[in-house]
Design a binder for this molecule. Structure first.
Ligand code: XBP
Ligand code: MG
Length: 257
């Protein structure tokens, strides 16, 4: 039984629906700008999400999907690594622009839960596969630039070589905070995210979205539709939570279970 010391948040799909409304849109804009005839649909992107990391996802597309769509294999340019890196850098620029234009709001209950944790002095961190610039852009344009400092550690992108589902990003975050796994609770939205957090020995609450509602969440402490609000109760899909919306009391109960 442990006292709750910290909440650790995944970003994409958990804080915000950034996959469909941010990353996917930005990938397609980058492809267009590069003169490529690739246009990922919402459905194809759902399949591509099996691989985390934008650069890794581009490679996955070219290896496993390109030929079916184009009738022939992709001819790799001479410096393929640089090609992928440039395409990805362009995608990040488009993503940041989308955030600046206010394209993607935070999910239900997120602002309330963050505020509650701040008021109670519960520490917070982020553990994500996405590029650091994307995290800053999302936080700045939804909560204000000062919100970046609400998070003691922002573990993101290539900071660890092995991305989710490997546990490395969560192990990195708790080590930086000098905490034990049993003192922290994680929030995730996907199978790969849950594998990563559970792999690091962390109890995890999942809030699903359209891309992840059919994922296997065996091992999650709780699976919810979202965090809910007092006037917008959440749906509990797996596990037990007596409160109508997820709050610090719910978090503490999970750690003590
Ligand atoms: C989200 C991801 C990322 C983003 C793309 O992981 O899988 O790959 O889709 O980000 P998480 P980059 O839910 O852990 O945040 O293009 O910046 O890599
Ligand atoms: Mg996610």
């Amino acid at each position: 039984m442990s006292q709750l010391e910290a909440l650790i948040f995944d970003v994409d799909g958990t804080l915000s629906e950034t996959e469909r409304d941010g990353h996917l849109v930005a990938f397609n804009l980058a492809f267009k700008e590069a003169g490529l005839d690739w246009d990922w649909s919402v459905a194809l992107y759902g399949q591509l999400l099996a691989v985390t990391g934008g650069k890794e996802r581009i490679r996955y597309y070219l290896n496993d999907f390109y030929q079916d769509e184009h009738g022939e294999a992709f001819t790799e340019p001479k410096d393929f690594d640089a090609f992928v890196a440039e395409l990805h850098a362009s995608k990040t620029r488009f993503y940041v622009q989308l955030m600046e234009n206010g394209a993607v709001p935070l999910r239900v209950g997120v602002v309330r839960l963050l505020q509650e944790a701040r008021d109670a002095g519960v520490r917070m961190a982020i553990a994500t596969t996405t590029t650091p610039a994307n995290v800053s852009a999302l936080l700045t344009n939804t909560l204000g630039a000062e919100s970046i400092d609400w998070f003691e550690v922002i573990a993101a992108g290539d900071i660890v070589p092995a991305k989710k589902p490997a546990p490395d990003i969560y192990l990195y975050a708790i080590e930086k905070m000098n905490l034990k796994a049993e003192q922290c609770l994680v929030f995730e939205d996907s199978y790969n995210g849950l594998l990563s957090s559970n792999g690091a020995g962390l109890k995890t609450v999942v809030t699903i979205n359209d891309y992840t509602s059919d994922h296997d969440f065996t091992g999650a402490a709780l699976v919810l539709s979202d965090f809910g609000e007092p006037d917008q109760p959440m749906e509990v899909l797996q596990g037990q939570c007596d409160e109508p919306y997820f709050n610090l009391q719910s978090a503490q109960k999970i750690l003590q279970a």
